[in-house]
Ligand binder design. Structure first.
Ligand code: KG4
Ligand code: ZN
Length: 375
């Protein structure tokens, strides 16, 4: 049988990303991402600049992917593009390019929800089975989800204000660091010789901790960093002081995430009691039943301190732990192609009229036909 090959396009924020995904042993045949560094001068993503940059690069990226893969455009089975949620200018560029491509080649177009792309991205790494508990943490997202199947997600919690990456980036900016600040905060925290002393010197709040929910609120944490910086002597922040702030901030984020996930794990175990019962009654290494996983995705998943914290938390609760490779954690075209491939295989036929939507909660998604029939 001829393999299916999906062209996936992602352009919802500041990454123009394209991938070719096959449903045979090749998996992700090729993928390319162009991160728009020009936003660095503005300390954040400028929507208009982002849209123009997507338009400038998308055609070249698709051509380069096809050439690298040695695939003729006639070999593409379907085109998928992110149609929401995200910055509308970028969404329109990606969706319009994808639709035009689909019309020109007379193949289906599938409009994909960006969050669904992230939710299913752990499957690209191959070792995660449904259901799994997902912590999605990036510059734009901060959510805890039970990923039950394709099109079947239960949102356990989200942020009331900033995402964690946004909190790190804004705090870093206040400290005079470049954008994106998350990796720089991590580097500084690594330079801090004593985390406990740092936490004492830079006392930061743990918003919403202990309230029993899975929601986040990070703006108070960011404000506390600002207040701490404001009472420092004027001028550049000395490196050891910055390292203490970074380490204390990383600690606070890890504590908040742990507390939220403790609540989420309790709910996840109750929601999937059968899956847990099956995994505990199956002898290890038989491969018959997986221990449900705690998975972290999104740009902040690159943070080694957070990963180590989550790994310990998963072990404490008898969950396996997975952090997909960074190329699939951050925005990418492969996750969009995968969501489309799974939907096509489950009976979806595409929709050339799919509209772009800046807001599109996962709760509004529909399951593909065969998943619906089975449930
Ligand atoms: O997923 P992503 O590449 O883009 C979106 O926001 O969708 O995530 C970017 C975010 C930024 O906020 C960045 O500061 C953060 O991920 N980040 C990190 C690290 N690497 C990237 N945060 C903490 N530690 C890191 N090593
Ligand atoms: Zn994203």
């Amino acid at each position: 049988m001829t393999p299916m090959i999906v062209l996936g396009i992602e352009s919802s924020c500041d990454d123009t990303a394209v991938a070719l995904l096959a449903d045979d042993h090749r998996g992700v045949i090729t993928h390319k991402t162009l991160t728009q560094l020009r936003h660095q001068d503005f300390g954040g993503v400028v929507p208009e600049i982002a849209a123009r940059a997507h338009l400038e690069h998308i055609g070249t990226l698709v051509t380069a992917c096809l050439a690298e893969a040695g695939i003729d455009p006639a070999g593409i089975t379907a085109v998928a593009a992110t149609v929401g949620p995200g910055l509308i200018g970028g969404l329109v560029v990606g969706a319009t390019f994808g639709k035009a491509y689909a019309i020109a080649r007379d193949i289906p177009f599938i409009g994909i929800n960006h969050l669904e792309g992230h939710a299913l991205s752990p499957l690209l790494a191959g070792d995660v089975a449904f259901p799994f508990l997902l912590l999605l943490v990036s510059g734009g997202h901060c959510q805890i989800l039970s990923v039950n199947g394709v099109g079947d997600y239960t949102l356990y919690g989200t942020t009331k204000d900033d995402a964690i990456g946004e909190c790190l980036d804004k705090s870093a900016k206040m400290m005079g660091l470049a954008y994106p600040g998350g990796p720089l905060i991590e580097q500084l925290a690594l330079a801090c010789p004593d985390r406990a002393a740092a936490a004492r010197a830079v006392s930061l709040p743990r918003p919403l901790m202990g309230d029993g929910t899975c929601d986040f609120s990070l703006s108070g944490l960011k404000s506390a960093v600002r207040r701490h910086i404001e009472q420092l002597p004027a001028g550049d922040i000395p490196r050891d002081t910055a390292a203490a702030i970074a380490a204390s901030l990383e600690n606070a984020v890890a504590d908040v995430v742990t507390d939220r996930l403790e609540n989420a794990i309790t709910r996840f175990k109750a929601d999937h009691a059968r899956a847990f019962a099956l995994s505990s009654s199956t002898p290890p290494h038989t491969g018959a039943a997986h221990v449900p996983a705690l998975v972290v995705a999104g740009g902040v998943a690159a943070n080694a301190y957070l990963r180590a914290t989550l790994e310990t938390l998963a072990a404490k609760h008898g969950l396996s732990f997975a952090a997909p490779p960074m190329k699939y954690c951050t925005d990418n075209g492969a996750m969009i192609a995968l969501a489309a491939l799974l939907r096509l295989k489950a009976g979806e036929t595409g929709d050339i009229t799919a509209r772009t939507r800046p807001r599109w909660p996962l709760a509004d998604l529909t399951q593909p036909p065969s998943a619906k029939a089975a449930s």
